[in-house]
Design a protein around this ligand. Structure first.
Ligand SMILES: [Fe+2]
Length: 307
């Protein structure tokens, strides 16, 4: 696959200072006003002022200029504006308005993280020692941006733009709700497009070491402000990842995630439709209504900046 990484996203919010404070607490490092980096992925989040909350842009890493040429030809077939340079290409999803940038850059990736020794029945591997997960520690930091989920008023057209135009692969689909899990790397999904009455950002997700890191980080966020809680701890069906969702001051959900499925071979991967996987969660607390339909969705659809 010529696309190899979700490099970064830009989000727009009305309450920029408060939102920046949230992502500082979340574990991202602010390198400049509204610019945040992860532990291993570099600068992956930009926060700009905007009349209402939304995803403004996303950037994808590709291997070489031939990949840009291929995307340019495919996007041209679909119509729409394309700006091409030697090392990049810029375009825009005509439905959601999200700006999309492709950039030639070498492949990289997070450093392998240490794996905790965990005991199980008949499998005692940590003996005479407490789990490091219960000892005092620094708050875990997200290693990289994992995925972003957007609502689209024409999800089929947005899917066509990202798959047939930009070059995302389809990992899984949930036909009952018209949702498509798309990837631009070996991660199960880097982008999820789902139908909505208005184009909006549902959530961003950030990769943590493991489920303990998800728990520690989310618990610290809630200790500072319990109203941030949305949904978790649980394990998704599609994608298999552990999740815990929080709400930023603008109303965007931010997910701590770990153990997402990896797809290296399309032929070997079995789509969810052919398995017994639950479309939402294998286990976890009941899904809150506000997760499925965010409380400000009606206001957003009316064109109001809710927060
Ligand atoms: Fe997610």
């Amino acid at each position: 696959m010529s696309l190899h990484r979700l490099r970064s996203i830009t989000i727009g919010v009305p309450s920029r200072d408060a939102v920046c404070g949230f992502y500082r607490d979340f574990g991202l490092v602010e390198t400049g006003p509204g610019r945040f980096e992860t532990a291993d992925g570099g600068e992956q989040l930009r926060i700009q002022s905007s009349p209402r909350r939304n995803l403004l842009a996303l950037s994808v890493g590709v291997d070489d200029p031939d990949d840009l040429t291929r995307a340019e030809a495919n996007l041209s077939r679909l119509g729409g504006a394309i700006v091409r340079s030697e090392r990049g290409l810029r375009t825009r999803d005509p439905v959601t308005g999200v700006r999309v940038e492709l950039v030639v850059e070498p492949r990289g990736g997070p450093k392998p993280s240490p794996q905790l020794a965990t005991n199980g029945p008949g499998r005692e591997v940590r003996i005479d020692a407490r789990s490091p997960a219960v000892l005092a520690q620094e708050r875990p930091r997200p290693h990289k941006l994992s995925h972003v989920v957007v609502g689209s008023t024409d999800a089929a057209a947005s899917r066509r733009f990202f798959v047939e135009g930009v070059g995302f692969r389809v990992s899984d689909e949930v036909p009952a709700i018209g949702a498509s899990f798309l990837r631009c790397s070996t991660d199960h999904h880097n982008l999820l497009v789902q139908p909505a009455p208005v184009g909006f950002l549902h959530h961003t997700a950030w990769e943590m070491d493991d489920v303990d890191a998800v728990g520690h980080a989310a618990a610290a966020m809630l200790a500072a402000d319990p109203t941030r809680h949305v949904w978790g701890l649980g394990r998704h069906g599609i994608g298999s990842n552990y999740f815990w969702y929080l709400r930023d001051p603008a109303g965007n959900f931010a997910e701590y995630s770990s153990d997402l499925d990896v797809i290296a071979d399309d032929e070997a991967w079995k789509a969810a439709a052919s398995t017994s996987v639950h479309p939402l969660a294998a286990w976890g607390p009941p899904v809150p209504a506000a997760f499925l339909a965010p409380e400000d969705i009606v206001a957003l659809a009316r064109g109001e900046g809710a927060r």
